[in-house]
Design a binder for this molecule. Structure first.
Ligand code: LLP
Length: 463
């Protein structure tokens, strides 16, 4: 797919392949439970409700655009992951998908650990009371200040990402008089995305230390030689929105091979491996994600098998799902502003948000679903493109979808599965005010991240 430059963003024709959308669902009023948060349903009047509250009330109280997050669904998914992996494994929620202090508290209550990848995420985690030993700190270029903060706080593990970082973390740990627990992130030569994985061109990326050419083995050698570091394991993360377990299989096999080499060379059996995140969710009815139990079983079978054949003790496994926990739990609610039918093409439906609250469509050509949620409709389906209010033609929220032909300004529409990487990647482009995140549970709604205000914008602009 071409990404040729254009003064106002990618040209539609480059980004949007024509005619790839499927036929409209038989009944546009039906909400596919695969893509909607668990407590979402329609009430007797046909309006969507979440946690027992109708969207019209939510829109009135909190405004649009806004993200509504189904707290009981979030908690249930945390429990499902923790139960699936059991007491002999660790689940680290990847905070980059979406992090707030309320989320940190839910994670603690549900027994999950947390992966952070910046000083800001670390601050949020610590401020909300996450015990430092349950935090893993990631990043390919952690600053000295960030490392110092993490070491001082006593984070459970720092994931080393480069040769420089080995000595940097060792030095900081020594000067604080501590022995820091670390993992080494390796690039296993697999890059997986959605339905496929590729085993070529993989070392050409900024993360981790390559297994190839003995580089990871050298990183292990150097780490083991440093007294202020305690090497607890090897980490690998292979990609995003993955459905096929084949990439994890290759990755686990290669990590276990490294563990065997380490045992042979140093007489040390590293006790842990972390297989990262990247498990896919349903954005549209066509996606078929796997359940946490299936994933846990597949991963632990692979690791056990590989360890048996290498005659290694099976290490403790950890995983870092972000999207798979928070993604499906939220939807973005928008109000329809203008509707422009383009004869023979499609109808452009403009909403009061856009690429500032969901950059994923423009950035990754991501697919989303959309539904009319303030009412039901028996009108014919019409092919729409849901676009935002930004000064950019690539400002697309949902490329191709069907909404009822009687859609009108003032209707509320919602895009499901926006819990991950939407608020966390939101921007102030065009001085948009980033929307709030509202947690809904058992008939109660509460703001967990408030809407930005124009005062917020002016406060940053020191004049
Ligand atoms: N662990 C590590 C080391 C990671 O780098 C990531 C994601 C995760 C875990 C969590 O992956 P998840 O389970 O959420 O897929 N902005 C992109 C995704 C970038 C993911 C980066 N790393 C998106 O919107 O699709």
């Amino acid at each position: 797919m071409s990404r040729s430059a254009h003064p106002a963003g990618p040209r539609h024709a480059d980004v949007m392949t024509e005619g790839h959308y499927s036929a409209p669902a038989a009944d546009l009023n039906v909400l596919d439970e695969k893509v909607w948060a668990r407590t979402v349903t329609r009430d007797a009047d046909g309006a969507l409700t979440v946690g027992g509250i109708a969207v019209a009330r939510l829109a009135e109280e909190f405004g649009t655009p806004a993200y509504f997050l189904d707290e009981s669904d979030f908690r249930a998914r945390c429990r499902a992951w923790a139960d699936a992996f059991g007491p002999d494994a660790d689940v680290f929620y990847a905070g980059k998908a979406f992090l707030s202090r309320a989320v940190v508290r839910w994670l603690q209550e549900e027994g999950l650990n947390l992966d952070v990848c910046s000083g800001g995420e670390l601050t949020t985690a610590l401020d909300a009371g996450m015990p430092a030993e349950r935090i893993a700190f990631h990043g390919n270029n952690k600053t000295v200040a960030e490392i110092e903060r993490a070491v001082e706080a006593g984070v459970g593990r720092i994931v080393l990402d480069s040769f420089q970082e080995i000595v940097r973390v060792a030095h900081i740990a020594r000067s604080h008089g501590v022995r820091q627990r670390v993992q080494i992130r390796v690039t296993v030569g697999v890059e997986a995305h959605t339905h496929e994985f590729i085993a070529t061109a993989h070392e050409d990326q900024k993360f981790g230390i390559a297994l190839a050419d003995g580089q990871a083995a050298e990183a292990v050698r150097r780490t083991l030689a440093l007294d202020s570091l305690e090497l607890i394991g090897i980490h690998s993360h292979i990609g995003s929105q993955i459905f096929d377990m084949a990439g994890f299989e290759v990755s686990a096999r290669r990590v276990v091979q490294l563990l065997a080499e380490v045992r042979d060379e140093h007489g040390v059996e590293l006790p842990e491996i972390d297989l990262g995140g990247g498990l896919g969710i349903a954005y549209t009815s066509e996606d078929d994600p796997r359940e946490p139990h299936d994933i846990a079983k597949a991963l632990s079978d692979i690791v056990t098998r590989e360890c048996e054949s290498a005659k290694l003790r099976t290490p403790r496994i950890s995983v870092e799902p972000g999207r798979a926990i928070v993604g499906p739990t939220a939807f973005t609610l928008y109000e329809v502003g203008t509707i422009k039918p383009l004869e023979g093409l499609r109808t452009y439906v403009s909403v009061d948000g856009g690429m500032s609250d969901n950059i994923r469509t423009a950035l990754y050509d991501a697919e989303y679903s959309v539904a009319l949620v303030s009412r039901t409709s028996e009108a014919e389906p019409m092919l729409v493109r849901v676009v935002g209010k930004h000064c950019e033609s690539g400002d697309i929220v949902v490329k191709d979808a069907f909404l009822p032909a009687d859609l009108a300004p003032g209707d509320l529409i919602a895009v499901p599965a926006t819990g991950a990487y939407c608020r966390s990647m939101a921007s102030n482009y065009n001085h948009a005010l980033r929307p709030p995140v509202v947690a809904v549970r058992d008939g109660e709604a509460r703001v967990i991240v408030r809407r930005e205000t124009e005062e917020d914008l002016l406060r940053l602009d020191v004049g």
